[in-house]
Ligand binder design. Structure first.
Ligand SMILES: C[S@@+](CC[C@H](N)C(=O)[O-])C[C@H]1O[C@@H](n2cnc3c(N)ncnc32)[C@H](O)[C@@H]1O
Length: 223
């Protein structure tokens, strides 16, 4: 699991809800016979290990340095990731379509695509291109599961909260590149060819100024 926005009592963590939502999508996909799961921005996600072992093919997409570090750590621990294909890519520069072709992703068969804890780290145009590329590769029965951190356009309190969050992110070497307002994540999916089918949001925090994690699942409109 990624670090997410963990500011106890201030901003919503939402990590439990986020993990539960994506886990449910994985369980639903495997139970429904989907045999290829692509985790974009997989980081140190352990689902291929937790849910693996069956006929499902797992493709993990992330920057080369993170993938190399993950593989080294798994190897040190003696953990096999034999069912996983690692597809190194910089989503801001490389051609994801090409990378997924080379990783053996099959466009004729349904997939579960997961983008968890990712969209905030990419510029909006890269998010749009990502969702469009995944939609173009989505056979009937495919599901896209994403989450986004949504902040309402609030007054001074909300702006102060975001300054604190951005400060914490920069301390750990990360930067938020897309800020989502209410309705934006749904719009991103709809304009890139997806129909939103399931949503859930994190519980309200005492001082979160209405900021929350939103989880969405969608199906391709064209398929
Ligand atoms: C907060 S982590 C989330 C990891 C995992 N999905 C989770 O929920 O635990 C964000 C991930 O996105 C990856 N990422 C960020 N920018 C990327 C890019 N331009 N191309 C590919 N991966 C990227 C990072 O390397 C990192 O692993």
């Amino acid at each position: 699991m990624g670090r997410g926005f963990v500011l106890p009592g201030l901003a919503p963590t939402g990590l439990a809800e986020r993990t539960r939502f994506i886990d449910e999508e994985v369980a639903r996909a495997i139970g429904g016979g989907i045999e290829q799961i692509v985790i974009v921005g997989a980081g140190y996600d352990g689902r291929a290990l937790r849910f693996g072992g069956g006929p499902t093919r797992w493709i993990e997409v992330d920057v080369p340095s993170t993938q190399a570090d993950k593989r080294r750590r798994l190897s040190t621990l003696g953990i096999s990731s034999a069912g996983v294909t690692y597809a190194p890519v910089d989503l801001g520069r490389d051609d994801l379509d090409d990378v997924l072709d080379r990783a053996g992703h099959e466009t004729s068969r349904p997939s579960l695509f997961i983008c968890e804890g990712l969209l905030a780290y990419l510029p909006l145009e890269v998010n749009a291109s990502l969702c469009e590329t995944l939609c173009a590769r989505a056979a009937p029965g495919t599901v896209l599961a994403v989450n986004a951190y949504v902040t309402p356009a609030t007054g001074a309190g909300g702006r102060a909260l975001r300054r604190v969050e951005n400060g914490v992110l920069s301390l750990i070497g990360e930067a938020r590149r897309t800020e989502f307002r209410p309705g934006d994540p749904e719009k991103l999916l709809v304009v890139t060819g997806w129909r939103v089918t399931r949503t859930t949001r994190s519980a309200r925090g005492k001082l979160d100024q209405g900021a929350h994690l939103l989880m969405l699942a969608g199906e391709p409109v064209q398929a």
